[in-house]
Design a binder for this molecule. Structure first.
Ligand code: KG4
Ligand code: ZN
Length: 335
């Protein structure tokens, strides 16, 4: 059994996984703590993780009905993410593992999103194409085995969820803005404004969302506060259609290029209804299987970290005591 801890951003998460079976998957959201700031404040996130990590680990063990005696290895997100937040999870994981002389398994957060698809009850076997769109990342990954993924394309600037959050803020919606923006867009006309689907003609598989965000900023400036208040739903619908358009256009291009017969979605933006519908329609058109994991496994959670850990190198005690977290790039695979 693997005990996993995930604290790369603003959610404090712990889980117990036995093979591909989830025994517990506890998530403590910090949304309320960050809402007043309109976005995640890294130092606030770290301080909350400090208070929450140990109780959340206890809840995960209790919910699984096990004690530390039953745990065979401790897995933890080592990066990428907010460095202070990562260090809280990594230090806790090291302390638990060292106290029992258990091995430690450092996990790449993005491989965690990919590995959410390997969990029961309906594990997806590689090869497949995985689109991960969250508040921190946007990537299109080619998954050929359980151990790793190849990044086929990624965002050149803002992440998709980050763009949803920033535009939501522009329209006076709370944080996180994605779900509220989707609700507002339901009453709007996606074609009321002409918004660019960025990178549509770019032959590569990378994404860009900052141009679309800037287009919205200028539109709002030209409309003025009263005009924005009157057209909020149209603005939200236009933005959402352009963002979903870009994500699906790149997915379509990747499907045309490779011999993929399955697609998986991950990250918080995978909760977006119109994105799910557009990707489902695309997969149907191309005769490709679509795997949509439950929402709790799409957003940040520790079960996906435990799932990735099953296929990652284990560091023996005491080797991992000097292992460090990484904020943005991947470290060499530990030997
Ligand atoms: O994966 P996640 O929980 O955390 C990160 O790793 O960032 O993703 C959170 C992101 C936020 O930017 C949020 O606005 C976005 O996912 N999101 C959505 C929706 N639900 C969550 N974006 C668009 N539509 C949604 N329904
Ligand atoms: Zn994530």
């Amino acid at each position: 059994m693997i005990l996993a801890i995930e604290t790369s951003c603003d959610d404090t998460c712990a889980a117990v996984v036995d093979g591909s079976r989830i025994l517990s998957n506890v998530i403590s959201s910090q949304d309320a703590a960050h809402e007043e700031f309109g976005g995640i404040v890294p130092e606030v996130a770290s301080r909350h993780h400090l208070e929450l990590t140990v109780p959340i680990v206890k809840s995960a063990l209790d919910e699984a009905g096990i004690s530390l005696d039953d745990v065979g290895a401790v897995a933890v997100t080592a990066g990428p993410g907010l460095i202070g937040a990562l260090l809280v999870g990594l230090s806790t994981a090291k302390a638990i593992a060292a106290s029992r002389r258990l091995p430690l398994i450092p996990v790449d957060h993005l491989q965690g999103h990919v590995a959410a698809n390997f969990l029961a009850p309906d594990p997806l076997e590689p090869p497949f194409l995985c689109l991960v769109a969250s508040g921190g990342h946007t990537m299109l990954a080619g998954v050929r085995d359980h151990e790793r993924h190849e990044i086929l394309g990624q965002t050149l600037d803002d992440a998709a969820g980050e763009a949803f959050d920033k535009v939501a803020r522009l329209l006076g919606l709370g944080f996180p803005g994605g779900p509220a923006l989707q609700r507002l867009a339901e009453d709007g006309d996606p074609e009321a404004f002409e918004l660019p689907v960025a990178m549509a003609r770019d032959p590569g598989l990378d994404f860009s969302f900052s141009g679309l965000k800037t287009a919205l900023v200028y539109l709002c400036r030209d409309l003025g506060p009263d005009g924005v208040a009157e057209r909020r739903a149209d603005l939200a619908a236009g933005f959402q259609a352009a963002a979903v358009g870009q994500l699906t256009a790149k997915l379509k291009r990747a499907l045309k290029r490779g011999e993929w017969d399955a697609v998986a979605l991950g990250g918080g933006v995978a909760a977006n209804g119109p994105l799910r519908e557009a990707v489902a329609a695309l997969c149907k058109e191309r005769g490709v299987r679509l795997k949509l994991v439950p929402l709790k496994l799409c957003t940040d959670n520790a079960a996906m970290i435990a799932s990735a850990a099953r296929y990652a190198p284990r560091l023996p005690y005491p080797e991992y005591l000097s292992y460090d977290a990484f904020a943005s790039s991947r470290p060499p695979v530990p030997s």
